[in-house]
Design a protein around this ligand. Structure first.
Ligand code: TYD
Length: 257
């Protein structure tokens, strides 16, 4: 493998310089972290699953007109993406109370929210990604009002689409976190979806049993983390049915170049 320039290493992914200007290679690691990286583990196969699931989701979103950074999957752990300037916000969308919202507002986990709610956290690991208000975003210049309008509109469309997509395979989308970036264009820049969408960044509960099929299995020591991610990939049709076993075989349905 040729040596590449590493641009950035995050908790679950590494970014390398891409083959052409304006591109990057996003590598999905098996590392899992929670509680601001106080809890760490390596989960065999997680990176492969998240690469596949995020590819699938980004491609579906492109089909409905959401601009994303995804260009193509390169191999089992890597995808080619457009280079963007990341907007320093974690945009969270919630349909059902869980996690920090339940704790903060005393709403029982699993309670359906009266409407979908979009929240913003500042992307600052050293501060534990604090919840912020729109006013902070404008006052400190993290995004403009028009950028945030676009971000909120895209987030709600993504939520509608993903609720339907997961709903179709018997999964309730409880909440998710997404990130956006600024893509340089000839006449300025445009805001596009970046980062990843995977069971690391969503809460996904089985519709019948409420079984958690997401990173809460790791956060809460519920076990069978990659098995749950494999279940999500299988239901979405990314992995073959027969491979949904306790020892996930991570080969794929088609076009693995
Ligand atoms: P939240 O309940 O705010 O936090 P926690 O996961 O610590 O309980 O998370 C809401 C959703 O957003 C959940 O699906 C996890 C995801 N999320 C991330 O993936 N990364 C983050 O940094 C944050 C704050 C949330």
């Amino acid at each position: 493998m040729s040596r590449r320039t590493q641009i950035y290493e995050g908790k679950a992914k590494i970014l390398y310089e891409g083959p052409e200007p304006g591109t990057l290679v996003q590598y999905f690691k098996d590392d899992a972290t929670a509680f601001n990286a106080q809890k760490k583990a390596t989960l065999d196969g997680k990176g492969v699953l998240n690469n596949r699931i995020s590819e699938f989701v980004m491609m579906r979103l492109e089909e409905i007109g959401i601009p994303t950074h995804f260009i193509k999957r390169l191999n089992m752990r890597e995808q080619l993406i457009k280079k963007v300037e990341i907007i320093p916000l974690e945009v969270i969308c919630r349909n059902v109370a869980a996690g920090t919202m339940s704790k903060r507002l005393g709403i029982e986990e699993g309670e359906k929210l009266p409407r979908s709610i979009v929240e913003f956290c500042l992307k600052r690991d050293d501060l534990g990604d604090p919840l912020i208000a729109e006013e902070h975003i404008y006052a400190f210049g993290w995004a403009t009002e028009s950028e945030l309008d676009e971000i909120i509109a895209m987030t709600l469309r993504i939520n509608d689409y993903l609720m339907g997509m997961f709903g179709g395979v018997g999964i309730n989308l409880i909440d998710f976190k997404i990130e956006f970036g600024r893509l340089q264009t000839e006449d300025g820049h445009k805001v596009i979806l970046a980062d990843e969408i995977s069971p690391d960044s969503c809460r996904l509960w089985d519709r019948e049993t409420n079984k958690k099929l997401d990173k809460d299995r790791f956060r809460r020591d519920l076990g069978d983390v990659t098995e749950a991610y494999t279940e999500v990939a299988t239901r979405l049709g990314i992995l073959k049915e027969s491979q949904n076993s306790s020892a996930p075989n991570l080969s794929v349905v088609s076009n693995d170049e």
